[in-house]
Design a protein around this ligand. Structure first.
Ligand code: ASP
Ligand code: MG
Length: 465
């Protein structure tokens, strides 16, 4: 059994939905298909909620009209059953009434927010279920709210994994007795009193990951609109390659750099249960994507040169004498007070350098640090990181890394903390040069077959680097 999750862009119009249906129909395993709301829908529903908070019922109703129109266009391109069309009409009727009632009341509760937010997945899963049936599969639509049980923290509900697991096993077991494909919505659930809840933005990946772990799936496939995870940003590195396999630790490190991948937290349940997770492109289903595994065999290399701009480095030098204790904790207390997350840290006996990427409270932070230390702030910096299990396992990578950077001023170095990440801080003006040179050094010819694939070869599987 496999779990296949399709994100909003994979189901953005009738054509995309037909493509998804074909991908699902082409498989032989028992399948659970988890879908997001159609692209842009959750944002529009969030917009409706914001308008209702501002007591602008008229505008909220107008946006709801547009959401309905968008769904009508999609379903007109799919030949769905009369029942399904009625279901969709009724859902919008219900939503219009809800918006009106909230307007009359002049107040919106978290519970009604989730009644609105959940509509995206309730509709998309029913529609995609209908389309998959049309494609000739023995498919059944299931309402995830029957087996995903959460607390009552509306819009950010926490899943009761034990209970949800039991219910999901029972429900899917029953349904697989009569069908091959179960289609359900991600993101949505219900609390113990049966009221609809949602799991927070982007929650569909989490739903899929949990289902895979509950049911011991053979694989979790996350279908998106990108080819997978790349060795670097293709806008800077022309010959960036697709990474065929990553370890969970590598994927988690890459997430900080905004790699267009899954959030490590959301895929954790599947990874923990040792279920391989694969990121695939629903617009190019013939590509093998990027696989994320708990552990990987080839640990000798680095996988990616990632970077993040807009970094501020803060150098804090203690006013006290050598050997005084409590300095570091005093410094971190200041960052905690201003809820500012510190990313890289290096220390010496009397000083500490650290980086932040959110300088909203920088003024206050510096003022408080200056009470007991000398502070130097440098902004406009960039973190460049090489990420890979090879950093832990292979000698010589650090030497090569720094060898390449001759002539570039490196102001901070961090290695070893996560064991799969070697990071430096440079001036943002050197970014292009540093990243291109590092990519050239580590990815130009080496790295063995089956680990990377050049982007120019995408679509022609088989030629690996
Ligand atoms: N539709 C929800 C969102 O856009 C959940 C998801 O797509 O994962 O946040
Ligand atoms: Mg999404």
């Amino acid at each position: 059994m496999i779990v296949m999750k399709f994100g909003g862009t994979s189901v953005k119009d009738a054509e995309a939905i037909r493509r998804v249906s074909a991908i699902v129909a082409n498989r032989k395993d028992k399948r659970i298909v988890v879908v997001s709301a159609f692209a842009t829908v959750t944002n529009s529903l969030t917009g409706i909620i914001e308008l209702l908070k501002k007591k602008n019922e008229a505008k909220a109703t107008e946006i709801l009209g547009r959401v309905e129109e968008f769904h009508s266009i999609i379903i007109s391109g799919l030949k769905l059953s009369r029942e399904l069309n009625e279901f969709i009409d009724n859902k919008f009727k219900e939503l219009r009434q809800l918006v009106k009632a909230i307007g009359c009341l002049g107040e919106i509760t978290p519970k009604s927010m989730d009644m609105i937010l959940s509509a995206g997945e309730i509709l998309s899963s029913a529609i995609v279920g209908g389309a998959i049936l049309q494609a000739g599969c023995k498919a059944v639509h299931a309402d995830s709210r029957e087996f995903f049980i959460t607390d009552s923290n509306f819009t950010q509900a926490e899943v009761d994994q034990r209970l949800s697991g039991q219910l999901a096993i029972r429900k899917c077991g029953e349904l697989f007795g009569i069908c091959d494909v179960i289609v359900c919505g991600g993101f949505i659930a219900s609390d113990e009193s049966g009221r609809t809840t949602t799991m927070g933005r982007g929650g569909s990946d989490y739903s899929a990951s949990l289902l895979a772990s509950f049911l011991g799936a053979d694989k979790l496939e996350i279908w998106t609109d990108v080819d997978g995870i790349m060795t670097s940003d293709p806008r800077i590195v022309k010959d960036a390659k697709r990474i065929l396999a990553l370890s969970y630790a590598e994927a988690a490190e890459l997430a900080y750099f905004g790699a267009k991948v899954l959030h490590p937290k959301t895929i954790y349940p599947a990874v923990k249960a040792d279920i391989p997770v694969v990121v695939l492109n629903s617009f190019k289903p013939e590509n093998s994507g990027t696989e994320i595994l708990r552990q990987i065999k080839n640990t000798k290399i680095i996988k990616s040169i990632a970077f993040r701009e807009g970094i501020t480095v803060i150098n804090v030098q203690s006013n006290r004498m050598l050997g005084a204790y409590g300095f570091l904790s005093e410094v971190f207390d200041v960052f905690r007070k201003y809820k500012t997350s510190v990313d890289l840290v290096t220390t010496s006996e009397v000083s500490i350098s650290l980086t932040i990427d959110n300088d909203k409270c920088l003024g206050n932070i510096v003022e408080e640090l200056e009470v007991f230390s000398k502070v130097v702030v440098s902004s406009g910096r960039t973190i460049v990181s090489s990420i890979g299990e090879g950093i832990r396992d292979t000698s010589g990578i650090a030497a090569r890394f720094f060898g390449v950077l001759k002539g570039i001023n490196v102001s901070m170095v961090s290695i070893g903390a996560s064991e799969v990440n070697l990071s430096i801080i440079i001036n943002s003006k050197d970014l292009r040069k540093a990243v291109s040179m590092l990519h050239e050094e580590f990815f130009s010819q080496e790295s063995g077959p089956g680990i990377f694939q050049g982007i120019r070869d995408l679509g022609r599987e088989g030629k690996s680097y």
